[in-house]
Design a protein around this ligand. Structure first.
Ligand code: GLN
Length: 186
């Protein structure tokens, strides 16, 4: 199985190592052609204004088509933002998930934090969540499954083949989130 990682910027190599640890081949996606033959796509965290610009053209359209064909896509942090919708004009998003996302919902860089969160979808043991200027989902449509909340805020959700988390599992040693996504890709 081949899984793509959008490689514009952000925590690309960390997702690559996770997939490697799980014995899954990955390809760094920079052009629409790089999407050929992938069974899933990860959109890493970074800066959504930058990533959004790269997704406003042919690459974004190709990703949209892929999603509509049912290919699983997992967005972390910035990935969550671009999969959803924002209330402002910037950044450009793909609007694939029926959610409104609030950027920098916990505050500035210095307000970044970590916590152990109970996430039944990932198993009994709490999951260590790393939030870096993280967004939250402020509105979710009826077809969105809410998989975790932090202090009342939606931080992990799924809508069919689309998965989004506010936090960065690739920055931990816990492979359960990636395993969860890879099950969707099989
Ligand atoms: N605050 C960033 C943004 O709005 C997201 C940060 C991240 O991906 N870790 O794009």
């Amino acid at each position: 199985m081949l899984v793509g990682i959008l490689a514009i910027h952000g925590s690309v190599s960390e997702h690559e190592s996770m997939l490697y640890r799980l014995g899954v081949r990955s390809v760094l996606v920079k052009t629409p052609e790089d999407l050929n033959g992938i069974r899933g796509l990860i959109i890493p965290g970074g800066e959504s204004t930058t990533v959004g610009k790269f997704l406003s053209g042919t690459l974004g359209n190709a990703i949209k088509k892929l999603a509509m064909k049912g290919t699983p896509i997992y967005g972390t942090c910035t990935g969550m933002i671009v999969l959803g919708n924002v209330a402002s004009r910037e950044p450009h998003t793909l609007g694939l998930m029926d959610v409104t996302v609030k950027r920098n919902a916990f505050g500035r860089q210095v307000d970044s934090f970590e916590e152990d969160l109970a996430i039944p979808a990932l198993g009994k043991k709490p999951f260590h969540c790393v939030y870096i200027r993280a967004p939250v989902i402020s509105r979710a449509g009826a077809n969105v499954d809410i998989l975790a909340r932090s202090g009342g805020n939606i931080v992990f959700a799924k809508q069919g083949n689309l998965l989004a988390s506010s936090f960065h599992p690739e920055l931990t040693n816990d492979t359960r989130m990636h395993e969860y996504f890879l099950k969707m890709c099989k």
